[in-house]
Ligand binder design. Structure first.
Ligand code: SAH
Length: 237
């Protein structure tokens, strides 16, 4: 087993505690990711230390700001499972639903969850535009998280319908966050949200700059949103 010092140092400096089981689960996740990446395109990052930091520690970094205990959380556009699966590993008492429009990636993610012995986590094959109108998804989640899926205006339309009043959308963004927020102001307001805060930091052990944008859901989202599949990306609100 390769040593995981780069990861544990990063977690230490973020003051995020970990157990042996959690490290073993991440290690196994790495193995499965690299194996599957040979036959399908899941990640451009394959170096061990880089995966540890840029996928795993990055996903988990949200826990510096919110413990996420006993919550219902949806990961929109999870791809190979980021940030949803590492967050689940570190928040075993929260329920996670991982959504993506590409079934093949979800098959991989479901295999990972099974192999790692994770409970209260499921995958859902759908486009956000359709899913957010279903009654068992609409206004049902404490948190929606999303990394590397779309610009913030588009994302706000895709995610805010899922969130309960008082819940949050957390967008994993990089440096140009302020500009994105400016361009997304209208969409956030129309969807019933409000930017509550942003948290910017350098991911320890890397050159990765991360900004987490916290958008709080204040009022229920009007029924017409999100608009039909493709529209939120083509013509953001
Ligand atoms: N969050 C992952 C994957 C990013 S790639 C990571 O950070 O590594 C973006 C993913 O979002 C793709 O897998 C794509 O299929 C999915 N996606 C994009 N638009 C979507 C939509 N409208 N509904 C559901 N999934 C979507």
């Amino acid at each position: 087993m390769e040593d995981m010092n780069v990861l544990t140092e990063c977690l230490d400096s973020m003051k995020i505690p970990y157990t042996d089981l959690q490290l073993e689960q991440l290690y196994r996740y790495y193995e499965l990711l690299i194996e599957k990446n040979k036959v399908m395109n899941l990640t451009a990052i394959t170096d061990f230390d880089e995966v540890m930091i840029k996928h795993f520690a990055d996903s988990i970094s949200l826990l510096r700001y919110t413990p996420l205990r006993d919550k219902r959380i949806l990961d929109l556009g999870t791809g190979a499972g980021f940030p949803g699966v590492p967050l689940k590993i570190f928040c075993p008492d929260s329920e996670f639903i991982l959504v993506d429009s590409i079934n093949k990636k979800l098959d991989f993610v479901a295999d990972v969850c099974e192999e790692l012995g994770l409970n209260d986590i499921s995958v859902c094959h759908s486009r956000a535009e359709d899913l957010a109108h279903k009654s068992d998804f609409r206004e049902q989640f404490d948190f929606v998280v999303s990394r590397a899926v779309a610009n913030l205006a588009t994302l706000s339309e895709l995610t805010l319908g899922f969130i309960k009043k008082g819940g949050y959308f957390v967008s994993y963004k990089s440096v140009a966050a302020e500009e994105e927020i400016e361009q997304a102001k209208n969409a956030i307001r129309l969807m019933g949200g409000k930017v509550q805060k942003t948290e910017s930091f350098n991911l320890p052990g890397s050159d990765l700059e991360r900004t987490l944008i916290f958008i709080k859901k204040g009022v229920n989202t009007p029924k017409q949103y999100p608009r039909k599949a493709g529209t939120p990306a083509k013509t953001p609100l």
